[in-house]
Design a protein around this ligand. Sequence first.
Ligand code: ZN
Ligand code: ZN
Length: 364
Amino acid sequence: MHLIGSRVIAMPLRCLDYNGNSIQAFDLSDDGWEALSQENSKARRLRMPCCEALVTLKRSRLGTKFFAHKAVGDCKWAPETEEHLFLKRLAVEAARAQGWTAETEVRGKTTQGEFWKADVLAKKGKHKVAVEIQWSGQAVQETLRRQERYRASGVRGLWLLRQPGFPISKRIPAVCIGGSLDEGLTALLPRNADMQARDRRHYDRWNQVLSMEAFLRAAFDGRLRFGLEAGQEATVRIRTGNMFCWSCGAETRIVVGLEITVADKDFIITIPSLGEYPQATEIVRRCVSTHHGIGAIKHRFSSTQRRTYLSNGCAHCDSLLGRFYGLDATWDDEPLDTIRVRIADGWKEVIDSCGWRDTWCVCI
Ligand SMILES: [Zn+2]
Ligand SMILES: [Zn+2]
């Protein structure tokens, strides 16, 4: 464990009362904390959840309430930073706000009898999520091993990692912890595996940057996803422009490109490139055919390219207007049509060709 100066304090945010019920330090008001402290120093009925040691109530340098072992004995609790404590509390409160029950410092066991300890364990119905906060670096293999241990216990692990540069995969939902306690902690969602940022400050390398609170709420609200879901929709704006036909000289409108917005990312594709994707082509072709004064979208033979490809044409003489003519067209201010399409209807391949990479993202 990497220890950061005087910020280091040991210990949990949870203890057990004499009935074995959990008490979370941050759930108590200042008066409630004082009352519990006085009662406990007389009755000594509070116990640590890790080892049943007696408890003393303490405050960190920054005023965070926490429970400490009266005598540590052979208990293996590692020291934690102030940030670590703050994030545990944030995770519990975010989970509760979305209707989960959640506690800090929860121990569990796999069916094979392996023990684990989660920073936060949240439950809702049959779903269990462990939030793991890793302030120091952790080897990829170790993260995978701990994730597997959770999986073997029917728990999904969600990782908040301070060190950037971790791999991105569907198996491990993970974000990088950005910011500071003073400025506010943020969740940095990596763009994709080959662009994994090694420096937290380079915001342009991140797919999304959210406040940690907003991120955790989204995660417990089912809005953290890997890649796109089949039912997810994209917005396609059919952008047109005006030009003069090289063949008949008349002015005509053509489709200069499609602007595609999905999961708050924008892509653009031209008609010849769209031609590789028949299902998406058909949707656009039908849409365009309902408008007058615009050339049909269809396959035409190009004598210069000696091949047939999906193209714009002249509304008057149907001559092929190749991709380079499109560059000269004056773009119309408004899109011809704005349509909602399902990703599953052939559009995933289109956005993949535009550079989309599956990664973890929060649906806003
Ligand atoms: Zn203990
Ligand atoms: Zn023409």
